[in-house]
Every structure is written in structure tokens, then in C-alpha cells.
Design a protein around this ligand. Structure first.
Ligand code: GRF
Length: 209
């Protein structure tokens, strides 16, 4: 069997994308092996989910490093390297990483964001998309750069906004897309395959029209 890339998933909360990544990586043909689930909050619900799946977990509580982001990131770095991680997937990880940390893991940090970037970086993406009246909405997997929710786009999946949509219904429907998009985008990236196409986005959501 070919080598599988050791991947750590970084979370802050419920961890549904982490679960989707771990389930996909459990398939022998997926090129990732999840070697660590790391949270910045020891109470993150996703840590319990990860443990229940038999995954290695760690918590590096950012509150233990007041005013010392470098110290917090050094502790994370140590845990990640001890686990042998070579690629990082941010999955609802709510701390902003420094330029120094991003540079140390250059081009090896992926993030998933619940909008069609570059539209709606930041928080409350679904309410903002509705308020703006967009007709298409979705999710993006991108490489992480120092600026938040910025960086080369690897893959996107879109859905058509319905007149009846609320921020909650959009969040649910986009999250279901995220769970399919992130493992597929990670696999592509690790296999070194070239660009994601609109047709591939349509495979993630054939109901786009
Ligand atoms: C997802 O919507 C993800 O796109 C965003 O944060 C949310 C995390 O949800 N970055 P979960 O913890 O993966 O369930």
C-alpha cells in the first residue's frame, strides 16, 4: 500500500467536519491517516467524538497562554510534531494562526469555510449571504495564509439559495456539502492532483440547479 499522509485535524467545537474527515480516512483508498485531533479547548465536543472513534487527541488550551500566542503555538507545534503530523486540516478551529506558524507549515494547512470565498470571509456567513440576496452559496476548502479566510482555493461546492431559506436551513444544507467536500478536497491535494473543476463541484451537489 502506498504511504498515507499523516494528518492532524484542528478543532474548537463540535467537530462534524473532523468526523467526516476521519470517516473518509478510514477507507483504505483515502490518502490520509488522521494521526491527531487537536483542540484549543479541552471541553470541545469534537474531542469526545474523536476519542469515541479511537483517534488520538490532544488539547492545548489557549487560555493557559494569556498574551503569549507564540507560546500557545509552540505548544501546538510540539503536539503536532510529536504525533508525526505533516499536513493540518483546520475544521472549525477558531484561533487565528500567526504568520510565523503558517510559514512553518507552509502550504500544508487546509481550512474549510462556509461560504463561496472570496465572498463572506469571517463569521455569520449564512445570515450575511441571505441579507445580500445571493442566489448561490456554499463552502470552500483553501490553503491557509496569514490573512483569515484567505489563500488559494482548492475546491468549492455550491447550492442554490431557496426563497424559504433561513440562516439555520442554509447552515444545515451547507454543512452537509462540507462533509462531502473536505475529504474529497484533502484526497485530491494529497494525491497532488491538479485543479478542481466546476464539474467536480457539481458531483458534490448534483441539485445545484
Ligand atoms: C463549519 O461550518 C466550518 O466550515 C467552519 O466552522 C464550522 C465547524 O463545524 N469553519 P464543525 O465543528 O466541523 O461541526
Amino acid at each position: 500500500m502506498s504511504r498515507r499522509e499523516p494528518v492532524a485535524v484542528l478543532i474548537s467545537g463540535r467537530g462534524s467536519n473532523m468526523t467526516a474527515l476521519a470517516e473518509a480516512a478510514a477507507e483504505p483508498r483515502h490518502p490520509a491517516e488522521i494521526v491527531l485531533v487537536l483542540a484549543n479547548d479541552p471541553a470541545a465536543e469534537g474531542l469526545a467524538r474523536a476519542r469515541a472513534m479511537g483517534l488520538a487527541t490532544a488539547a492545548v488550551d489557549h487560555r493557559a497562554f494569556p498574551g503569549d500566542k507564540a507560546g500557545f503555538e509552540a505548544a501546538m507545534d510540539e503536539a503536532l510534531r510529536a504525533a508525526g503530523a505533516e499536513t493540518l486540516c483546520l475544521a472549525g478551529f477558531m484561533r487565528v494562526l500567526s504568520g510565523a506558524f503558517v510559514a512553518r507549515w507552509a502550504d500544508r494547512i487546509l481550512n474549510i469555510h462556509p461560504s463561496l470565498l472570496p465572498a463572506f470571509p469571517g463569521l455569520d456567513t449564512h445570515a450575511r449571504a441571505l441579507a445580500a440576496g445571493v442566489k448561490l452559496h456554499g463552502a470552500t476548502v483553501h490553503l491557509v495564509r496569514e490573512a483569515v479566510d484567505d489563500g488559494p482555493i482548492l475546491a468549492q461546492a455550491a447550492l442554490a439559495v431557496r426563497p424559504s431559506d433561513t440562516a439555520e436551513s442554509l447552515a444545515d444544507r451547507v454543512l452537509a456539502l462540507e462533509h462531502r467536500l473536505y475529504p474529497a478536497a484533502l484526497a485530491r491535494r494529497l494525491r497532488g492532483e491538479a485543479g478542481w473543476t466546476a464539474a467536480e463541484s457539481a458531483l458534490i451537489n448534483p441539485d445545484i440547479a
